[in-house]
Design a protein around this ligand. Structure first.
Ligand code: ASP
Length: 527
């Protein structure tokens, strides 16, 4: 039996809490007057995770600055980062089951037409915002001219510069990775082209040497391949009808159980972030010298990230939804802090799902379908910093870029950000594609690597923020459409016994009674 369900779940989108039910971020109160002390306690309880995260960051900075002055060995510094390492391990552990199960059950539970529309709008949003971010990067680099200073190359980073690769091979690799030849190895390896020289004998006794591309497997999850497989598999399961329901049910409950794990991990996040921040501050050496030569580049990237993240994305969200975008940002604060601490969109994905669903009123169907795609292909921050880096390296090499080259930078940055993995320094690796495309030396990437530990943090925050706003906007469109004509994107097939369990709330927030929850996500029946 199929049901049409309202995509809107227990809570409406952010800023519109139910009159009787305070939003979990505490920005809107109950109808009846409440004593101030009780109100303060309630708001603190509702925002406990955010408060703990902010405290974690602040204490982490203080610990880092304090311990920095102590003479520590490299091993001791590694030990300081240990609790942070645990957070990253926990989040990484959850990525594959989360991405695969949420996409399979998401694709299987949404009507194919609605799925196409949802995916299409999401892709359009991701594309337009990434292009805007790239343009901001180019404009910032021309205004601030970070390459107008003389910089000395930091030693020891040259080996980390990616090997030369033809632009065409980079794009072919992207397509090959979309279709993994082995799903098991896609969980930890991806395809990468290398080259070998082949001697070709001519008829006249002479020979020529040809550089031939050969396929190699490199370490690192092929998340793009897993995402594509999971979506197609979900659609196929839906096509099976009743026969497929048992597997849909399996993926649904796997997904729900994973989200319960996420809600537990969330409470460790403040501690993990504290030690990630402290560990990084203790580890940094010679920051002064780095800032002296590359400070303008860092400023250029960070100001660009700030403009896009604090003005452009919120403005787009406001124009379409007329809701306060900063309330939305407040709701995902823990996820943003995790992105800052871990420098990884993939690792942030589990917490981001929890935050948008519980604080910003995005339905599970949307968040669990759009966010894994966004975390894989939508990287506004990466595109922005890659554009800054490309113009910066051109300036360093005193190469003036013509209009066609600037357009090439914008287009390749947008495309290569899709190929960038959501891991620390994922974007630096694909930066080589842009430099190759406009004929700049890739060896200069060592400069970018020297400061990437810092730039990558704001970059990752922006990457995940873009995904969250995308989910928020889609929720708005779905709500509007279901109000307007009742069907459209809200047509979702879920048997009553397939409906997802109620969200696992934080232990500090009282759960709604089961009677209320039973209505969540299922407002009317069509068959
Ligand atoms: N670290 C970024 C992320 O995970 C990718 C990048 O390096 O740009 O989103």
């Amino acid at each position: 039996m199929a049901e049409k369900i309202d995509m809107e779940e227990s809570k409406p989108p952010n800023g519109e809490a139910h009159p009787d039910e305070p939003m979990s971020n505490g920005l809107s109160g109950p109808r009846h007057p409440e004593p101030l002390s009780q109100r303060v306690i309630r708001i603190m309880r509702e925002n406990m995770l955010v408060i703990l995260t902010v405290a974690g960051v602040i204490v982490g900075v203080l610990i880092g600055l304090g311990v920095r002055n102590v003479d520590l060995t490299i091993t001791q510094k590694i030990y300081i980062g240990f609790p942070g390492e645990l957070l990253i391990r926990l989040l990484k552990m959850i990525i594959i089951p989360l991405v695969v199960c949420s996409l399979v059950s998401g694709a299987a539970s949404i009507d194919p037409k609605a799925l196409g529309k949802l995916g299409g709008w999401a892709m359009l949003f991701f594309l337009v915002t990434t292009l805007i971010a790239s343009s901001i990067g180019v404009v910032m680099a021309y205004i601030i001219t970070p390459g107008a200073v003389s910089v000395t190359k930091p030693a020891g980073l040259d080996e980390e510069v990616p090997a030369h690769k033809e632009v065409i091979d980079s794009f072919l690799d992207l397509i090959r990775n979309i279709l993994p030849s082995n799903l098991v190895s896609a969980a930890f390896q991806s395809y990468a082209t290398a080259y070998k020289l082949v001697k070709i004998n001519g008829t006249d006794g002479n020979y020529t040497v040809e550089k031939v591309p050969i396929g190699t497997d490199q370490d690192g999850m092929n998340i793009l391949g897993l995402v594509v497989f999971a979506i197609v598999f979900g659609v196929a399961l839906r096509k099976l009808g009743e026969e497929g329901e048992i597997l849909i049910k399996f993926f649904n409950s796997f997904n729900e159980a994973t989200m319960v794990l996420v809600s537990w991990i969330m409470w460790y996040a403040p501690v993990g972030i504290m030690f990630l921040v402290a560990g990084k501050i203790v580890e940094m050496d010679n920051v002064g010298a780095l800032f002296a030569s590359l400070g303008k580049y860092i400023a250029c990237c960070m100001i660009g990230h700030l403009i896009h993240g604090a003005l452009v994305l919120p403005l787009i969200y406001f124009i379409f939804t007329r809701k306060n975008p900063y309330t939305f940002l407040w709701g995902i604060f823990t996820a943003l802090a995790t992105a800052f601490g871990t420098s990884s969109s993939s690792a942030t994905l589990p917490l981001m799902m929890k935050c948008v669903e519980e604080n910003n009123g995005v339905s599970k169907h949307i968040s669990r379908f759009i966010l894994p795609i966004g975390a894989t292909v939508n990287m506004d921050g990466a595109a922005l910093f890659q554009c800054v880096a490309a113009v910066f390296i051109a300036q360093l090499n005193e190469t003036s870029l013509n209009f066609i080259q600037v357009i090439t930078i914008l287009v390749t940055a947008t495309a290569s950000s899709v190929g960038a993995a959501g891991i620390p320094a994922g974007g630096v690796l694909t930066l080589a594609i842009i430099l190759e495309a406009i004929g700049l030396p890739t060896s200069d990437i060592s400069l970018i690597l020297a400061v990437d530990w810092l730039v990558d943090r704001t970059c990752t925050v922006l990457n995940v923020e873009g995904d969250a706003f995308g989910a928020g906007l889609l929720q708005h469109f779905v709500d509007r459409n279901s109000k307007k004509d009742g069907v459209e994107l809200s047509e979702v097939r879920l048997d009553s016994d397939l409906s997802p369990a109620a969200p696992e709330h934080s232990p500090l927030i009282e759960k709604k009674p089961a009677r209320d929850r039973a209505d969540d996500g299922k407002s009317e029946s069509i068959m």
